[in-house]
Design a protein around this ligand. Sequence first.
Ligand code: PSU
Ligand code: MN
Length: 368
Amino acid sequence: MQIKMTHILRNRAAWYLLKRKMSRYNCSSCIDVSSDVSIALRNHRPVVALESTIITHGMPYPQNLEVAQQVEETVRKEVNSILVDIWIVNKDYAYDVGMNFAILKEKIGKAFKGAVPATIAIIGGRIKVGLDPEILADFASLNVPAIKTSRRDFPYVLSKGLNGGTTVAGTIMVANTVGIKVFATGGLGGVHRGGETTMDISTDLMELGRNSIAVVSSGIKSILDIEKTLEYLETQGVCVVTYGKNKNFPSFYTSNSGLESPYNVETPTEAAILINKLFEFRMNSGVLLAVPIPEEDAMEGSEIEEAINEALKEAKNRGIKGKEVTPFILNKVMNLTDGKSLTSSILNNNVKYGFCSLKSRKNVFHVE
Ligand code: PSU
Ligand code: MN
C-alpha cells in the first residue's frame, strides 16, 4: 500500500512537472506567436515589439493600416541591431546576415540593419504576437470595435473572446512573456495633470517598472504632467535615458520638455550595452529610451505644442475638468493641426532605434 501511494505521488509529481514545462514551452494557452517571430526568437535574431492601441484607437482607417504597415517595413529594413554578446550567436545568424562567423565577431558593437517586427494585438480573445499581412489588414479595418487593452483589461477581453488593441503596458506584458526585449512606440502614457488628486496615472509606468524590457519612445505628450511622470518613473525604478548629445527629455512634439533625463547615451552601442545590463543583472525592471523628434519635423512639432498650450488654456477657462480634459485637448489640437502625419513620422523614427542586445534570450516558443 505504502509503495503504491509513493508510486502514485511520484507519478503525479512527474506529470505536474511535465505540464509545467510544456506550458512554459508552449508559452501560454492564450498566445499565438507567428512563425516569423517564433523562428527569429529561437535563432536569437532581433525582434522589435510594436503596440496596437495606435491602430485601434490612435488613428482612423485606413491611415492606421498604412502607418502600421510602414512601421513594420521600417523594422524589417532599418532597425539598428547591435550585437552585444557574440557567444550565443549561431552560424545561422551569420549566414542570415550574409557573412561568416569570423567577420561577424569583428562586427560586435556595430549596427546591423533589419529586424523582425512583432505587432502585438488581441484577436477573438487570443493574444497574437506578430500579425500576418492579411490579419493586420483585417484587424486595422475592424468593424467590431476593439477594446483598449492594458493590464487590467486582459482577463475580460480574453474571456469574452474580444478584440483588443494593446497599450504600451499591455504590449510590454506580452513581449516580456515571449522573450522580446525591445519595444518601439510613439508616446508613452504618464501622470495626468492633476494626477495627485485624480490618481490618473497610466499603468504603462508600473509595467515599465516590473519587466526587463527596453521601450523606445519620444517621451510623453505635454498634455500630461511630465515632471511628475519622471518622478514616478524613478519610484518605479525605470532607467530613463535620452538618446542624443544631451539629457533633454523630449515631449513627443518637441525635443526638449524643459526637464532632464537622468542620463543620456550617444550611440546605438552605448544604448545596447546599457539595455543588456538589465538581463545580466536580472533587474526585472525596464529602460525608457527617449528619442527626440527628428530635426526635420521639429518646426511642425513646435506649432502643435503651441496648439496644445492654447487648448489647455481654453479648457481651464471653460472649466473642463477630470477625464474630459484629455479628449477635449486632443480634439482641439487635431482640428488645429495635422498631428497624424507627424505622429507617424515620429513613430517611424523611433523604430530605427530598436537597439538589440542578443544576450540571454533563452525562451523558445511554439510556432502557430
Ligand atoms: N500617448 C499618446 N498616444 C497614445 C497613447 C499614449 O500620445 O495613443 C496610448 C498608448 O497605447 C499608451 C496608452 O500606452 O495610450 C496609455 O493609456 P492610459 O493613459 O489610459 O494608460
Ligand atoms: Mn488613465
